[in-house]
Write a protein that binds this ligand. Structure first.
Ligand SMILES: C[S@@+](CC[C@H](N)C(=O)[O-])C[C@H]1O[C@@H](n2cnc3c(N)ncnc32)[C@H](O)[C@@H]1O
Length: 277
């Protein structure tokens, strides 16, 4: 059964067809960070690329913008996501370089040992068995190829310690709620297997060789809202969640942030984890 055939409660944790518009909006907010990640990933030539769980195609677009000669297989288990990705790449005039493939990570029909670069953004934590998912992804790489996972990391800390609404503070409560939600999501997955190790360990266990590294960056929260309840946008001066280290957002003083100050400079690597951006 593919991701598109499942419905929530039947082994699928999220109704992805309901998330298309949300992910399109998020891609807009996160475009500067996507461009930064694409720059890291294309520091070495990437001729044949796979974007697994491509969603509406933002990273496929960013990768092709940096690597115009690449050929990308954009794969997703949700047909509506794939349609959105096709629209995005067609609008950019880059669809000829992309093969849009409906497919589930559980039963990938991609050639093994064939890809220079495999990018997988915010997908693996949705798999019941994350290690076997990483194993399948690693098997797609040609010798010397690179696998990059985009996944979440430490929670954002930006609110004042005391907002006057009691202890624990709002940020600690939001983090606790997020952790509870994620625990429940994993616990409800049929066949969920614990992966009590960091991403670099999972990548190493998949047979990828050093340097297996992680890279950190701050990310504008997808659902951040202004005090009046408006969604944060890259051009909104009202984005109170934005900080100067939150790429693409406007700071309170209206300055646009273009960088990711805690990002490390590009290094040579064979596999890389990048927190979801
Ligand atoms: C959180 S979204 C991330 C989309 C995109 N990579 C990004 O970073 O914006 C997860 C995507 O993975 C797809 N997906 C989830 N589970 C999948 C699976 N088992 N096989 C293929 N695609 C899957 C969903 O349809 C969705 O488009």
């Amino acid at each position: 059964m593919t991701a598109s055939e499942r419905s929530p409660g039947e082994g699928e944790d999220v109704a992805w067809s309901d998330e298309v518009e949300h992910l399109i909006a998020a891609a807009d907010v996160e475009a500067p960070l996507g461009a930064q990640i694409a720059e890291w990933l294309t520091a070495e030539p990437a001729g044949r690329v796979a974007d697994i769980g491509c969603g509406p195609g933002a990273m496929t677009l960013a990768l092709l913008a940096r690597s115009p000669d690449a050929q990308v297989d954009a794969v997703d288990g949700e047909p509506m996501m794939l349609d959105a990705a096709r629209r995005c790449l067609t609008a950019a005039g880059l669809d000829a370089q992309v093969e849009f493939r409906l497919g589930d990570l559980d039963s990938l029909e991609l050639a093994e040992a064939a890809y220079d670069l495999v990018w997988v953004g915010s997908v693996v934590h949705h798999l019941p068995d994350q290690q076997s998912g990483v194993d399948r992804l690693a098997a797609l790489l040609r010798p010397g190829g690179r696998l990059a996972l985009g996944e979440g990391g430490l929670p954002l800390r930006c609110l004042p310690y005391d907002l006057g609404i009691g202890r624990p503070g709002l940020e600690a409560r939001l983090s606790a709620a997020q952790a509870a939600w994620f625990n429940a999501l994993r616990a409800a997955m049929p066949g969920a297997v614990r992966a009590p190790a960091g991403w670099t360990t999972l990548l190493g266990s998949a047979g990828l060789v050093a340097p297996v590294t992680g890279r950190s960056c701050l990310r504008c929260q997808r659902r951040s809202r202004t005090r009046r309840g408006r969604t944060c946008s890259p051009t909104s001066r009202r984005c109170k969640a934005g900080t100067e280290s939150c790429p693409g957002s406007m700071t309170r003083t209206g300055r646009r942030c273009d960088g990711c100050p805690i990002a490390t400079p590009p290094r040579t690597w064979r596999a890389e984890t990048t927190p979801s951006c």
